[in-house]
Design a protein around this ligand. Sequence first.
Ligand code: MG
Length: 155
Amino acid sequence: MTRTGIGYDSHRLAEGETLIVGGVRIEHDRGTVAHSDGDVLTHALIDALLGAAGLGDIGLHFPDTDAKFAGADSLDLLREAVATAAGAGWVPVYADMTVICERPKLGPHRDVMAAALGEALGAPVNVKFTTGEGIGFVGREEGIAAMAIVTVHEG
Ligand code: MG
């Protein structure tokens, strides 16, 4: 038995904030405004995994109203979600993701992001990047977004 799940996340960008994408801290003049570390890519991946496992969504498991998740390392949340999915009988086998970000160029960080996410997920991952082509909230550099799809099998 194989299942798939999708995930999407976005965060607002603001000056003076930290930018973390796929577990990697990126030097930039803006960062994400968030309760946790604001890692959109890891959040999309967590939602895709929880979706594949039929376990609801990230807000159900890691509510942003809970003080214990303030500044949380999203890779730790991903590891916890992997354990929760495994407890429900679902093991990730592959993930594909796209980050939608106008600036900075994230391509140079692809391999280190894939390594960090793959280690935490326990499965191979593919990370892709695109821009907003100057339009919409991404194009205006007001925010950053990510999409993910995860395949799991019965473990
Ligand atoms: Mg998020």
